[in-house]
Write a new protein. Structure first.
Length: 319
């Protein structure tokens, strides 16, 4: 069986071997694959692994041997699921691997906005502290989280983990989730009737919902205007949820205190992305998922998905 990885570098930049995947067939790994190279590289493949390299209906039509697609991520919108189903191609994803990591990263971003650790470290190393007359100084308001409200949009695995961590910091937790949810085992907790109410009530908003045609650009001027001027927005979900110019404008106008995004609408980030010039905005390069522990889990689950397919009982099937 021929297995082709189209874009394996981010999963294994050298510290996370393909050994478990390699057990299941003849493996070819490409660090990256341009759109024009997909068909040539995958033409004879029985199994294709992809993270962000798109597999459209037109591309699938040119891959006659393809029987199984393993998506190296939780999100699977890079594959035309309907077209794969029509061609009898099973598609699996990895639904659970980074829950702990992303929740942890949300809190890192939040604490960064609360204390501006890197900024103050740079000021000390630049000699500012040595020149001061007092034993301490700070350039931004320092924020205590206890008693504030963490608003979570989407209360799946990662949203729930973020809520647990926020609760551990003494925060109240509120959510907006359209699906029926089981309340967590802590209080105070509230699932609000509308996303507008959640934005108005929260001191921090953290996004944890998938991007769909209906919610693309949902974080816009109208919704941002409901936030408190002292509030923070965090996005570790999908960049397309945010109307980036609207967010940049809100930050410039001071209608919210700060934002931190690990994802943007086009990745790698475009040099003209308005958030690059926005004040009080932390931007990280889509790394919330990327600890070695999480990538090892992702690799093992991918290997397990392939093994299950070979055995005739595919797991984590999304189509």
């Amino acid at each position: 069986m021929k297995i082709v990885v189209l874009d394996g570098y981010t999963l294994n930049p050298g510290d996370n071997p393909w050994t478990e995947v390699e057990r299941h067939g003849e493996l070819t790994v490409h660090d990256r694959t341009d759109g024009s190279e997909i068909v040539e590289r995958a033409r004879d493949a029985d199994v294709v692994l992809t993270n962000k390299t798109p597999l459209s209906a037109e591309t699938l039509a040119e891959l006659p041997n393809l029987k199984f697609i393993a998506v190296l991520a939780t999100g699977f919108n890079v594959v035309d699921i309907a077209a794969a189903r029509e061609r009898g191609i099973s598609v699996s994803n990895v639904p659970v691997y980074g829950t702990t990591n992303v929740g942890q990263f949300v809190m890192a971003l939040l604490l960064g906005m609360c204390h501006h650790v890197s900024h103050h470290d740079a000021r000390v190393r630049g000699g500012e502290w040595a020149l001061r007359k007092d034993f301490c100084f700070w350039d931004f308001p320092l924020v205590e989280l206890a008693g504030l409200t963490m608003g979570i949009v989407g209360f799946g695995r990662i949203g729930r983990r973020t809520g647990e961590l926020a609760h551990a910091f003494g925060m109240k937790v509120a959510t907006y989730e359209i699906a029926e949810i089981e309340p967590p085992g802590y209080e105070p907790f509230e699932n609000m009737n509308s996303v507008e109410d959640l934005f108005a009530a929260s001191d921090v908003i953290s996004l944890h919902c998938p991007q769909t045609a209906d919610n693309t650009g949902m974080i816009n001027t109208a919704l941002l205007s409901r936030m408190k001027p002292t509030a923070f927005l965090i996005n570790t979900s999908r960049g397309g949820l945010v109307a980036e110019q609207d967010l940049a404008d809100a930050l410039a106008a001071g209608t919210l205190a700060g934002a931190a995004v690990d994802v943007v609408s086009a990745e790698p980030i475009s040099p003209d992305n308005p958030l690059l010039k926005a004040p009080n905005c932390i931007i990280t390069p889509h790394i919330a998922w990327a600890t070695l522990a999480a990538r090892m889990r992702l690799m093992q689950t991918t290997a397990d998905n392939i093994a299950a397919f070979v055995q005739g009982s595919p797991t984590n099937v999304v189509n």
